[in-house]
Design a protein around this ligand. Structure first.
Ligand SMILES: [Zn+2]
Length: 113
């Protein structure tokens, strides 16, 4: 206690002044604003990526759906001459002007009822 210097009061004043001056001059806003803006940017970037991925997946699904549906619709259906099962022409076996669903039915030949 021989020094006589009391550092406590000046620190308190400086703190008050610091707060006051910070508010008007180099306020703590830039940092927080920057982090908020960064956070917002990150958030929107994330949302954008998610939306982009979502639309990409739906578009791919639509392309696949629109590509597959007409092909099935356009393809002719033929009837097996043996068991009379309907099947796509591309999957049928043509033999002597008759369509068959399998090689087995092709061997067995047409059944007339
Ligand atoms: Zn058949």
């Amino acid at each position: 206690m021989a020094g006589g210097r009391m550092p406590a009061p000046p620190v308190q004043f400086a703190g008050r002044r610091g707060k006051m001056s910070r508010r008007f001059c180099d306020s703590p806003r830039p940092d927080s604003v920057r982090s908020i803006v960064l956070g917002k940017l990150l958030f929107f970037a994330l949302v954008g990526v998610l939306v982009y991925l979502y639309f990409k997946s739906t578009q791919r699904r639509q392309v696949l759906g629109s590509g597959a549906a007409p092909a099935d619709a356009v393809e002719d259906m033929v009837r097996c001459a043996h068991c009379r099962v309907n099947l796509p022409r591309s999957e049928a076996i043509l033999s002597k002007g008759e369509f068959y669903c399998s090689a087995e039915h092709q061997k067995l030949g047409p059944v007339r009822r």
